[in-house]
Design a protein around this ligand. Structure first.
Ligand SMILES: [Zn+2]
Length: 450
């Protein structure tokens, strides 16, 4: 039994944080949540309070990063010379991809996931397509890269959903993969399914889901194979969707419809599916996503970095799509920044304020993100949920004087002081307990960049 006494804790169905909350956990699960003021003293008496670990500041449920490409962390700060767009950025990204092998990817992902832990992220969705050797030849273990990512998350102390990504073609009209893209491909969706079916990590911190890279990368007639694989297992299914107008244009030219319509027609949409970005949907697309209860994962700092644009986010939510958040390219790893960007970008787009409540932003960063990754029992400070606690200091230069309810509009990842994942302490006093994050990032990135 472990007990924590949170100065403030944000409990489910509360519009704002509650003061002085005793949280108890055993075997990685929350067993009791008791507000001391108004909720009565704990049954075990004052000794309990003496034993409890004090958590000064605001304690939140674990944050879920629903969209990650771990190796993109190596690009931070390296793609900003001169001009360039999404497609020139992608060329730099392919340079890094070409240098990775299972050992160097383990080192880079371990450091990247540990940076996430420092930011209060307790679970990550890794949208993984670097499957094979640089020329497309499978490794002796065809899932060696997947295994490296699972091991990296274990070292970093966070949970992982490996979204094993089907990536078969280079363009919507089916051009073959060439150059650095060859290592992404399995040939066809059946061979993708065969490989991913063979990957069954036994450690309880990881689970396997599926992804369609995009309508560029999976031919229409093979979409149902990927969707069916996920459906039969009850596994989450993710897909990059309409990040760039060029993707919409190409899809219309080849298929005569939008990417969202194409996915809907081939059984890809539904409540277990998350569309990543959805920056350029039509009104009909919004209805298809919402009516099917397809989630949308927003990655505002990446969309900003890549000049993707700003999607109609409030309309997505009102259409029925649950919203989650991802740091995607890791230009920034800070879910507080992602969360407030959802509101602030909508203000820029509409020139009006006040679109999302603090609870809606909290939900996107926590319980909705975990649900999108297949962890229905995480993301709330509630009895029975996984014991994930993220404590944010309210006495830093950024947060001093801020009311706890305003934390999402003030705090940064650097204000996270204490992180517990499945009942285990991973970060204490702002330091990762097992990984020297800056040193490991510097070394791992040095190995794969010039
Ligand atoms: Zn992505």
């Amino acid at each position: 039994m472990t007990r924590w006494l949170a100065e403030y804790a944000w409990l489910p169905d509360h519009a704002e944080p509650t003061a002085d909350v005793l949280i108890e956990a055993q075997d990685g699960r929350i067993t009791d949540v008791t507000p001391l003021v108004g909720g009565g003293a704990p049954t075990a008496g004052v000794e309990v309070l003496r034993d409890a670990v004090r958590l000064p500041g605001l304690t939140l449920p674990g944050l879920a990063n629903a969209h990650s490409h771990a190796f993109h962390r190596a690009l931070r700060g390296r793609t900003h010379a001169g001009r360039g767009d999404f497609w020139t950025w992608r060329d730099r990204m392919y340079d890094v991809a070409a240098r990775l092998d299972p050992d160097s990817y383990l080192a880079l992902a371990r450091a990247t996931y540990a940076e996430m832990a420092l930011a209060g992220i307790t679970c990550v969705g890794e949208f993984h397509y670097l499957h094979h050797g640089p020329d497309g030849t499978p490794y002796a273990d065809p899932n060696a890269m997947s295994a490296a990512l699972v091991e990296a998350a274990a070292h970093a102390g966070i949970r992982l959903t490996l979204l094993d990504t089907c990536y078969l073609t280079a363009t919507v009209d089916g051009a073959p993969l060439t150059g650095p893209q060859r290592r992404f491909g399995d040939g066809d969706a059946l061979r993708w399914a065969e490989r991913v079916t063979a990957f069954t990590p036994e450690n309880g911190h990881a689970r396997v889901g599926a992804a369609v890279h995009s309508v560029r990368a999976v031919p229409a007639e093979q979409l149902a194979t990927v969707a069916g694989w996920a459906d039969r297992r009850g596994a989450p299914l993710h897909v990059h969707l309409s990040e760039q107008p060029a993707e919409n244009d190409a899809c219309r030219a080849v298929h005569g419809c939008t990417p969202t319509r194409l996915l809907a027609d081939h059984g890809v949409l539904g409540p277990a599916t998350t569309a990543v970005h959805a920056t350029h949907p039509t009104s009909a697309d919004l209805a298809l996503l919402g009516e099917s209860r397809t989630g949308v994962c927003l990655c505002p700092t990446t969309e900003r970095d890549l000049a993707d644009g700003i999607g109609p986010v409030r309309r997505m939510a009102e259409a029925g799509s649950p919203l989650s958040l991802g740091s995607d390219s890791h230009a920034v790893v800070d879910l507080f920044e992602e969360a407030r960007a959802v509101e602030l970008d909508e203000r820029l787009r509409t020139r009006r304020r006040g679109h999302f409540t603090a609870v809606e932003l909290l939900t996107a960063a926590t319980v909705a993100g975990h649900a999108a990754l297949g962890w229905a029992d995480a993301g709330r400070l509630a009895v029975g949920d996984r014991a994930d606690l993220v404590t944010v200091r309210l006495d830093t230069a950024r947060t001093a004087g801020v009311p706890p309810v305003g934390a999402f509009f003030a705090a940064a990842a650097a204000d996270v002081s204490h992180v517990v994942v499945d009942g285990r302490v991973v970060v204490a006093d702002g330091r990762h307990l097992t990984v020297d994050v800056p040193a490991e990032l510097r070394t791992a990135i040095g190995e794969v960049t010039t």
